[in-house]
Ligand binder design. Sequence first.
Ligand SMILES: *Cc1c(COP(=O)(O)O)cnc(C)c1O
Length: 362
Amino acid sequence: MIAYESLQQVNKEFMDEYTEVFQRVLHGGWYILGKEVAQFEQSFASYCGVEHCIGVASGLDALVLSLRYFGFKPGDEVIVPANTYIASILAIMQVGLKPVLVEPDVTTYNIDPEKIESAITVRTRAILVVHLYGKMCDMDPILLLAEQYDLKVVEDCAQAHGAIYKGQKAGSFGDFGAFSFYPTKNLGALGDAGAITCKDHELNKSIRTLRNYGSSAKYVFDEVGYNSRLDELQAAFLSVKLKYLDKITAHKQKLAAIYRRELKSDFILPGVQAGFEDVYHIFAIRHAERDRLKKYLLNNNIGTEIHYPIAPHQQKAMNGILSGASYPISEEIHRTVLSLPISYGHTEEDINRVIEVMNKFS
Ligand SMILES: *Cc1c(COP(=O)(O)O)cnc(C)c1O
């Protein structure tokens, strides 16, 4: 069986180092907001090419705290891609704002910059871009629009650690970059974890306060804050894995290149563009008979996933909130998309086997 993902396989190489840092943190006796978190924040900020990184409890929290910082009024609008993972939309709603969905481009799967302007109203305050599947959004036209209309920009980087657009890394374009280190992400912890990147000193200070109950000094509270801290233990594990992130990315890029070279043309491949370096959190192809293809692969002992089977506006949770409107491009993507194995735990032989089976699909 070629599993879609095996975290045991992915983390095998790092087990000794994980065990070592576990012992270090355990015996250190300091488990929340200590030197492990500070150290990881510094390394990850430097990796992303920004001044500041603030560790938080999850990717969702990274989005919530980023949006909360601006102090928008209830009902103010935030533009977000219609085909994102539900967390991006939940974050907007959790701070009392209104998500306004914009269709993606069918070749990049990312928000279509040309469709953003017509969604802007007098209540629009921010654009929440999502670098889906490990590919950066086309940031230049988006940043231009944000400037023209005086909008804030938050990047959902949960699937794009180290992804590059015109020489610059994800998380270094917007006011905030929001990262998830959920165990399956390219930079994954051994539990829940997240981080926010930013360039501005004031933003950094304020997020540090917000993540820790709104506390500016011990038992002094300046804001109605959250408990959203990155654990010392997770930070220590993340510091280990960060050293290998470029190696992990290179491996995934190598597997993607094999798919691109060898898969027959029946399958619609994810687009490539000059100036973009994709990190392939997910290798998403499309096929009109996606469900039959998925079943066929499973019958041949190949695991795949669908990211995602149901569009956000068609989810039960969004009844009466996002329902009613139609997003045909997003719906087409959700109907046809299939994620192929592309893990750090997969070998080139695994991928060649997937290709061999797929090329016999008819
Ligand atoms: C994983 C993910 C999140 C949420 O991250 P958590 O750490 O699970 O809270 C948000 N947005 C996108 C696009 C994601 O893939």
